[in-house]
Write a new protein. Structure first.
Length: 128
């Protein structure tokens, strides 16, 4: 099963790195990308991803409020939130709103991405 992915980040180089990791890992297909809060829901509705990788702070605002909306739009989608800020409060909030996981951005995140992708692939495949 190929997992359909929506990448949401306002940093093009990070989207490129994430896309490369997904494609190298296999089993994932990036079906769409967004870089603005204002694009996310429409893009998700158009492409119905199985997995959304969502940057918490985008150029046009905080995307944290989108987690609950994405969950309502696609209850079976796995939502992974990335943030440049370490915040237990924000992590707890987005997890409460329906995110599957919360990771801090950084070099360690990119290095660890293949490891947690393997777990996500299993989780998303089971949910589908």
């Amino acid at each position: 099963m190929t997992i359909r992915v929506l990448l949401v980040d306002d940093e093009p180089h990070l989207r490129l790195l994430l896309r490369a990791q997904l494609e190298l890992n296999g089993g994932f297909s990036v079906v769409a990308e967004a870089e603005l809060v204002s694009e996310v829901l429409e893009t998700a509705a158009s492409h119905l991803p199985d997995l959304v990788v969502l940057d918490l702070q985008l150029r046009d605002g905080d995307s944290g409020s989108l987690v609950a909306q994405l969950r309502a739009l696609s209850p079976s989608a796995t939502i992974v939130v990335l943030s440049a800020q370490a915040s237990e409060v924000r992590a707890a909030q987005v997890l409460s709103d329906g995110a599957h996981a919360y990771y801090e951005k950084g070099t360690g995140t990119i290095r660890a991405f293949p490891t947690w992708l393997a777990g996500l692939h299993e989780d998303v495949s089971r949910a589908a």
